[in-house]
Design a protein around this ligand. Structure first.
Ligand code: GDP
Ligand code: GDP
Length: 436
């Protein structure tokens, strides 16, 4: 089910990124060390009390050399295009400015709910400053303080009142959803076309069932698939659609709606930093991943080239060691037919549930082979392991003290579990819990 999307708009320095960070919180990430993944955030999932949603900081989307007012205007348009609810943020200490009025004008035209947040109201004595903002025409202004974390609950409760009642009609559980992610010109559209052109692939286009997209529905050997966000790959001609941050935003949203993500790399150009960042998002989102090296026809090669390229990928994408790699060409169609089987395998593993008794045998054998670590004289004890979720497979290990399960031992357990059950193409997650 697609989560509601909230976007924050407003002129610079009103506190958008402060509020964004507050709401997103210190989300602990397993890939914190991957460059670019946690820095520079403009989009994240968030939970606030009982609300579960995604949030965009449109202020983080800089649009080329556009002049100041034009930037703000385009950011407001992005919010209108992408969000279910818009938080319009202003600075309570400066009163209504002409830039605020510009933003307001654009938001009037949108048929999207707008909640007005008046920021920098750091103490109750400043509350009277909000009254000026009624003039903007969005009803009751909500006093908040990003730096002190005040008032955010009320603001988000108001936003949540406007969340769509039933999540968007997405697709059935039995349908495999996948997307192609990669920087511009790696060949994503060409790959989709090459796949759609295959003999066994029966295409049935579906009119936009979700607000996003014209997804493509296909059937291969009786299995249904949806190629997510193919609309996002088309050039639709809005100014901001060519900017990097916006394409990252689209990619993130496509990843989120997918079971399997094909991370597409240009074999001719090799791996660049942006590829890593994009792959990092897929990993972090817990999606199954297949690495696709496209344009292999254009690469001059001998018998070692593929091996070397593969090693290069493994070095750069250490966090994706579970992802299979395929070298192919959208142009010549070479090995295009291997994609569907790879997607199937990754998707099966992503949804795989293992038997608890077998799982515990595997973990106990692992412990017998490599005794649990000790820390300050205390030894980690593992009592019991259970799989608590799929997509991705998630395991809880009940132990005497979670602090004693260090990263390296956790990694060892993961490898043993992978050796036993495969899980090719999918990340797995392991958490330690104290057995009471
Ligand atoms: P953005 O450009 O809208 O994303 O604004 P920022 O989040 O970068 O904030 C701009 C400045 O306002 C920074 O110096 C923040 O520390 C400050 N700021 C943000 N929220 C508050 C607040 O609630 N109270 C006060 N006093 N300052 C704030
Ligand atoms: P996208 O921006 O990722 O969707 O990339 P496109 O599918 O638009 O492709 C970008 C360019 O790469 C186009 O000029 C394609 O013709 C070219 N291209 C795509 N796939 C291949 C391939 O397998 N081999 C070669 N040589 N060129 C390709």
């Amino acid at each position: 089910m697609a989560k509601p999307v909230v976007a924050i708009v407003g002129r610079p320095n009103v506190g958008k990124s402060t509020i964004f960070n507050r709401i997103v919180g210190e989300r602990i990430s397993i890939v914190e060390d991957i460059p670019g993944v946690t820095r520079d955030r403009i989009y994240s999932s968030a939970e606030w009390l009982t609300h579960d949603f995604n949030i965009i900081d449109t202020g983080g989307i800089d649009i080329g050399d556009e002049p100041f007012l034009e930037q703000i205007r385009l950011q407001a348009e992005i919010a209108i295009d992408e969000a279910d609810v818009i938080i319009f943020l202003v600075n309570g200490r400066e009163g209504v400015t002409s830039a605020d009025e510009e933003v307001a004008k654009i938001l009037y035209k949108a048929k999207k709910p707008v909640v007005l947040g008046v920021n920098k109201i750091d103490n109750p004595e400043m509350r009277d400053l909000i009254y000026d903002f009624y003039a903007l025409g969005f009803g009751e202004p909500f006093p908040i303080s990003g730096s002190h974390g005040l008032g955010l609950g009320d603001l988000l409760d108001e936003a949540a009142k406007h969340f769509p009642k039933h999540g968007q009609a997405e697709y059935g559980e039995e349908v495999i959803k996948f997307s192609l992610i990669g920087r511009p010109n790696v060949g994503k559209s060409s790959l989709v076309n090459a796949m759609l052109g295959e003999e066994r692939v029966i295409v049935s286009n579906i009119a936009g069932t979700t607000r996003d997209a014209i997804d493509s529905k296909v059937k291969v050997d009786g299995q249904e698939y949806v190629i997510i966000d193919t609309a996002g790959m088309r050039k639709k001609g809005k100014v901001y659609e060519t900017t990097e941050k916006y394409s990252v935003l689209r990619a993130l949203r496509a990843i989120e709606r997918s079971d399997v993500v094909l991370v597409v790399i240009d074999g001719e150009e090799g791996i660049i930093e942006q590829d890593k960042r994009i792959a990092g998002y897929a990993h972090e989102a817990g999606r199954a991943v297949v690495i696709v090296v496209n344009k292999w026809d254009a690469v001059e090669k001998d018998e070692r080239t593929m091996k070397e390229f593969e090693q290069n990928i493994r070095e750069h994408f250490q966090f994706l060691d579970y992802a299979p790699i395929v070298f192919l060409s959208a142009k010549t169609k070479k090995r295009i037919h291997t994609l569907i089987p790879m997607i199937n395998t990754a998707s099966e593993n992503h949804a795989l549930r293992v038997e608890t008794s077998v799982l515990n045998d595997v973990v106990m054998d692992a412990v017998a082979m490599n005794p649990t670590p000790t820390d300050k004289g205390r030894r980690l004890r593992i009592y019991y392991t259970t799989q608590v979720a799929v997509k991705p497979p998630t395991f809880v290990v009940f132990v005497n003290d979670p602090e004693l399960l260090h990263f390296s031992y956790e990694r060892f357990l993961e490898n043993r579990i992978r050796d036993a059950f495969g899980f090719e193409g999918t990340p797995i997650k392991i958490f330690a819990r104290e057995r009471k």
